[in-house]
Design a protein around this ligand. Structure first.
Ligand code: TA6
Length: 307
């Protein structure tokens, strides 16, 4: 369906909600939410958050200046939805990294504008499937809720008769002024899998700082994320981004640095310096099993403040 027709259909259906608009853009069809001077933009392909501009702040989300929409592929940046697996499948390396819904078509199925928030619910178009894979019988939705903060809730409903084992991530690229002076707080003492230069297991001591390619899966973080919270500290911008989560036991921290971002080819000039990924996940050892007819919610909430 062309973006124009798509936009007309959905605009007709949800435009009376107010504070929600559908547009066909150079990045594909998007839905824009507004709330008290804040704005969020979500691509319908992949239900990918592309932008969140809280009132009085710069965009919190990084999106490459060199990314273009391709069928079945996520844009570089924003929040790709990694599901029903995170990373690559060792026993099926031919299947796409990070699962197959991040480039698939989703539809807005509900919208609301209240005194406390503006929200949309997107649903992965059924059947959820991927070439060469027996698709899990699951119903997948992403709620985007814009208030003073921004929340993402990824809900997996297991419609099969068997247990659904998945790994997953809300793979968010945050915008920073200069990665060289950024710190990530809140993961002190957490065990992690370091995937740079082979696989090794370590324990985090103090804040995370960046001086090269960094690609780590922090495990058993639910305590840190739920209570002490994980924060991106950006001294150059004088900004902190606090990340709290529910239903998540892992956090992935990634910056490709120079060589890998050159290899990726879609990070834009010096893009690696302007971003850091802090992903709310259930990955590696933290895979989850969803019983038949049960559901699991993975939730991340982002809030910005001054430092
Ligand atoms: O989340 C970190 C990571 O797994 C990195 O290893 C890197 O591959 C990144 O995701 C981006 O993956 P993508 O498939 O989007 O290029």
């Amino acid at each position: 369906m062309s973006a124009t027709i798509l936009g007309e259909r959905m605009t007709a259906e949800f435009s009376q909600v107010g504070r929600i608009a559908f547009d066909a853009t150079s990045l594909g069809p998007v839905v824009t939410l507004t709330f008290r001077g804040s704005r969020a933009v979500v691509a319908l392909q992949g239900a990918q958050l592309l932008s969140w501009v809280p009132a009085g702040h710069r965009d919190v989300i990084w999106l490459s200046s060199d990314t273009k929409p391709k069928p079945g592929k996520a844009l570089r940046g924003g929040t790709p939805v990694c599901w029903p697996w995170f990373g690559s499948l060792p026993d099926a390396p031919q299947l796409p990294a990070h699962g197959f819904v991040r480039g698939a078509p989703w539809s807005v199925v509900a919208a609301a504008a209240t005194d406390t928030a503006t929200s949309v619910m997107l649903q992965a178009d059924q059947p959820i499937s991927c070439a060469g894979l027996n698709p899990p019988e699951a119903h997948l939705t992403l709620e985007v809720r814009l208030a003073e903060d921004l929340s993402l809730v990824l809900t997996t409903y297991n419609r099969s008769r068997g247990t659904l084992a998945i790994t997953q991530a809300l793979h968010t690229y945050f915008s920073v002024d200069d990665i060289a002076v950024v710190e990530i707080d809140g993961l002190d003492g957490c065990p992690y899998i370091d995937t740079v230069g082979g696989i090794s297991r370590r324990v985090q001591h103090g804040p995370i700082r960046f001086a090269g390619e960094t690609d780590r899966i922090y495990l058993d973080t639910s305590e840190a994320a739920r209570t002490a919270r994980i924060s991106v500290i950006d001294p150059a911008l004088g900004r902190r981004i606090d990340i709290t989560s529910e239903g998540s036991a892992s956090a992935v921290v990634w910056n490709p640095w120079i060589e890998k971002s050159t290899r990726l080819g879609d990070m834009g000039p010096e893009g690696y310096r302007r971003m850091v990924c802090v992903e709310t996940a259930n990955a590696a050892d933290d895979a989850i099993a969803i019983m038949p007819d049960a559901l699991h919610r993975l939730m991340a909430t982002y809030r910005v403040g001054a430092i």
